[in-house]
Design a protein around this ligand. Sequence first.
Ligand code: SF4
Length: 421
Amino acid sequence: MASKRQIFVGNVPIGGGAPVAVQTMTKTETANLAATMEQIRKVADAGADLVRCAVPREQDAEALRTIVRESPIPVIADIHFNHTLALKAIDAGAHCIRLNPGNIGGREKVAEVAVKATAAGTPMRIGVNSGSLPKHLHALEREAPVEALVAAAVEFVEMMESLDFENFKVSIKSTNVPNTIAANRLLAEKIPYPLHLGITEAGTKWSGSLKSAVGLGTLLADGVGDTIRISLSTFHAEEEVKVAWEILKALQLRERGPVLIACPTCGRLQFDMDSVVAEIEQRLEAYTEPVEVAVLGCAVNGIGEASHADFGIAGAKNEGLIFAGGKPLRKVPQAKLVDTLFEEIDKSLDRGGQVEFDEAESREGAEWVANIERENAGDLTPEKLAQMEHEASQRQQEEEPERVLLDEEASPTAGRRFTRA
Ligand code: SF4
């Protein structure tokens, strides 16, 4: 359920069924033009659709003029407490103003910004953060934090509507993942405006990415959310963009660049897969094509579950196999596996996605895999166990379709929706 309304931040549509837009925030002092522009170019290269810059001082608002002119992507000015800076940011050509109507100094000042934004055609992002709800909602916040967040957001929406300003998106942010999920679900039912999703101060690259993937991923999978920002405790804003893209790609909401899949490894692994996967991941960053690459730690299961990948490797002690679209391409020495994989990817991209198979080499590769499969026929690999479970459940479903349905309905997790922490 995408938002009913759509707005445009620069040339980027937000909401109304538009692709979920990726945004991030520069970490530089905005007035430091060289550093800010360098970071903006980096995040744009990484796939940011929008970039936000903090505007806490006059010189930052002034710098926006140049930033807006030179930025390859639309620029959002992030304003707190000072409505004069919001007015100046609009004058500087910012493509959107982010402000929290609760901390800008009252309705009159919000109205002043709204009038100027309307004249300039500048949209706004209005939002509430769990740490800064209006005083009259503090008691409710202690008892029912989700309802308090939603009540604050709805009050701000009504304030903007009463000012005849409807060119906005809304955000509710919290450091608490379950509250963020519940609040945004509730808000999406109450208002037609696009929603900006984020987990405030999510944490380090590791923990913050996971929290964001769980929180934002859950909402996006439900169709809630029109633009996302991953907040990570790193100076490298492009890392936030990469995480955002991984979430969108995992949910198949957007496509960008390669997809890398890799087996989890197990005791059958016979080569240093950690470094091979890391090298492949790093080399794939240079590609913009949505090529899917699989890395298997062994060929005990043949090409198996990776057969749908565009390209892949199955490693072994001294040699490994390169395959494409489920068919062996050739067997190569272990040391050449990664280079040969990329040669094949490049050749195929040059040919518009066509892969050329040398039948003799392909046959030799197939025999090599078949030998390994035969030698290990009795092994219960993770893949074989998963396949056996799948087959067993299919058999059960065919034999007792009604019983399976009843079991699912009786399951404590069936149909469960998160409501409130
Ligand atoms: S058996 Fe499966 S998980 Fe184990 S190394 Fe081989 S492909 Fe990877």
